[in-house]
Design a protein around this ligand. Structure first.
Ligand SMILES: [Zn+2]
Length: 64
């Protein structure tokens, strides 16, 4: 299963229906998350981590 498919499963398991993918970036409620593989080895780990993309977002502003 691809990382993206795992992330999608994780989100749907959390009951979140309002999301989309922009290439390999997950977009939830207007926030972008990078999808990373997780190798922590925890028994209940689903093997995927979502990291909030540092550069994204409204109001972080370089608008001039
Ligand atoms: Zn993990």
């Amino acid at each position: 299963m691809s990382l993206k498919a795992r992330a999608q499963e994780k989100i749907e398991r959390a009951g979140i229906a309002n999301y989309s993918f922009d290439h390999d970036v997950l977009v939830m409620c207007g926030v972008r998350y990078e999808i990373h593989a997780c190798a922590c080895g925890e028994a209940d780990c689903d093997g995927v981590q979502l990291h909030r993309a540092p550069y994204a977002g409204l109001g972080g502003g370089t608008l001039q």
